[in-house]
Design a protein around this ligand. Structure first.
Ligand SMILES: Cc1cc2nc3c(=O)[nH]c(=O)nc-3n(C[C@H](O)[C@H](O)[C@H](O)COP(=O)(O)OP(=O)(O)OC[C@H]3O[C@@H](n4cnc5c(N)ncnc54)[C@H](O)[C@@H]3O)c2cc1C
Length: 485
């Protein structure tokens, strides 16, 4: 008890008493994940403002071997930012570190604090006539540090890549409190290992990201958005291929949603409207964008979709005639997680398979689920252009009243989906990460040598295992650092 009081007063000395939270009720929002699946406890939530403050906090925790849970906007899907229930951890929330540090137009780069909200970075880029292309349904809340630590994806990966490809440089506080200044804005740098890549996607297990240099792109001057009804997943892929022929790299988003999901979004999200009459098994959301002058992209898209309609690839389509119509179309896509949360309890997956094998994935999962879980609604939604499909099995909320039955069903559905994924040479986590949800699955579906290399890296950076323990690395690897077979 005295030790805890000592730590809390030492931490208050670093950030000031107004920037620590120790009261259980006030801590609650920081201790529950966005989906409400995980609830933890902590001795304190601390909100530092500078890299030096973060470093001092980490040093104080490291001296006492107190676990640290880094937290950004707390929108993660795998419980990575939620502490365990021991009540021993310190949650370090980066929300107050929200400065845009600089913007270099010639380099096309922006340097930001890790606690900047993604939408604020998009806005800062736009005001400078540039584009920061990462776009997620959570962009009004999630933070750059969280995006980096989960290697987030979203709707623009098809053209611009995921977070891993958008980061030029990083600043991080290591688990012993040292500050690593890797804030380089270089497009080319072959001086040894690319250390920043270790922190990207590490989910806070190797250190705390405090700042980043991010790539910017020319701001599009012409845009066209469409919602397209397609007969099948194969049809959606054939449409993508046809559009690549006519529109090339102007395709900046190409997303799919099953009708089962469309129906839920329309019911659960007030003000949403389906701007297309046809009912089809699947819908495609697509954007074309170009920054070379005032092109008629809507005309280009109209011709391409008319050809697709004539060729029987699609059954209907609507092209947005204004930016507010485009926003209304994309609102349908971005409301998926919120709508599903309102509608029921879901067992969801973040699968990636080679793009050509998506139809087989959808077919096999649908057929197995129909025979084994006929009472689950089968939803497919995701970034089909990246080979990333989220399969969601949705049950009535009442199922969660019997937690045991729900957990058993969830485990067996996970197994069913992931076994199919593995047989198609896919990945069980395309963009959401491992967190606490997928640790056992990581052990089951990853090559043992890869796991050993990961464990060795973790031990090298964090020998005391204080940086987000219980996340990512499976328990089976505790104490195992040798790369020998
Ligand atoms: C409505 C909705 C839509 C979404 N859509 C997408 C999508 O399309 N694509 C996608 O990829 N994800 C999506 N997500 C998931 C989520 O928004 C992303 O994973 C996002 O990158 C998490 O950022 P965050 O700041 O909320 O991180 P948090 O949830 O706070 O943390 C996530 C992980 O990163 C670690 N972390 C956070 N900040 C730091 C830091 N500064 N240093 C070290 N570690 C840190 C945490 O410990 C945790 O392990 C969606 C979520 C919601 C709620």
């Amino acid at each position: 008890m005295t030790q805890a009081v000592n730590l809390i007063s030492a931490l208050a000395g670093v950030v000031g008493t107004t920037n620590i939270i120790t009261n259980d009720d006030e801590m609650l929002p920081f201790l529950v994940d966005w989906r409400g699946r995980y609830r933890g406890r902590a001795q304190i939530v601390i909100r530092p403002r500078t890299t030096e403050e973060v470093a001092a906090v980490v040093r104080l925790c490291a001296e006492r071997r107190v676990p640290i849970v880094p937290q950004g906007g707390n929108t993660g899907m795998c419980g990575g930012a939620t502490p365990d229930d021991s009540g021993y951890a310190v949650v370090v929330n980066l929300g107050r570190m929200n400065r845009i540090r600089g913007l270099d137009l010639d380099t096309n780069a922006i340097t930001v604090d890790a606690g900047c909200v993604l939408a604020d970075v998009q806005r800062a880029a736009s005001e400078a006539d540039r584009l920061f292309p990462m776009g997620l349904g959570s962009e009004g809340t999630c933070q750059i540090g969280g995006n980096i630590s989960t290697n987030s994806g979203g709707t623009a990966v098809l053209r611009y890549g995921n977070m891993r490809e958008l980061v030029l440089g990083l600043e991080a506080v290591l688990p012993d409190g040292r500050i690593w200044d890797g804030l380089r804005a270089l497009r080319k740098d072959n001086t040894g290992y690319d250390l920043k890549q270790l922190f990207i996607g590490a989910e806070g297990t190797l250190g705390l990201v405090t700042g980043a240099v991010l790539k910017l792109f020319p701001k599009p001057t012409a845009m066209a958005t469409a919602l397209v009804a397609v007969h099948s997943v194969e049809g959606a892929l054939r449409l993508l291929s046809a559009l690549r022929g006519t529109c090339g790299e102007r395709i900046s988003a190409f997303e799919i949603m099953s009708d089962s999901e469309m129906e839920i979004v329309l019911r659960q999200i007030p003000g949403t409207i389906k701007p297309i009459d046809a009912t089809a098994p699947f819908y495609v959301f697509l954007d074309l964008a170009d920054s070379a002058g005032d092109l008629d992209l809507a005309g280009t898209l109209e011709r391409a979709l008319a050809n697709a309609l004539d060729g029987g690839l699609i059954s209907d389509a609507v092209i947005a005639s204004s930016s507010s119509q485009a926003a209304a179309i994309w609102r349908l896509r971005h409301s998926v997680s919120e709508a599903n949360k309102k509608e029921g309890v879901s067992v969801s997956h973040d699968t990636s398979v080679p793009i050509s094998r998506i139809p087989e994935f959808v077919r096999r999962v649908s057929s197995e689920m129909a025979s084994q879980y006929p009472n689950a609604r089968r939803i497919f939604v995701g970034h089909i252009g990246d080979g990333n499909i989220h399969f969601v099995a949705l049950f009535p909320k009442s199922l969660a009243d019997d937690l045991d039955t729900f957990e058993k069903a969830a485990l067996s559905i996970n197994r069913l989906v992931h076994d199919i994924t593995a047989s198609l040479d896919g990945s069980i986590s395309a963009e959401h990460g491992i967190g606490q949800s997928n640790r056992k699955l990581l052990a089951r579906y990853t090559d043992p040598l890869e796991l050993k290399m990961m464990a060795a890296i973790k031990r090298l950076f964090d020998p005391l295992n204080i940086m987000n323990p219980g996340k990512v690395m499976p328990d089976v690897l505790d104490g195992e650092i040798s790369l020998e077979t």
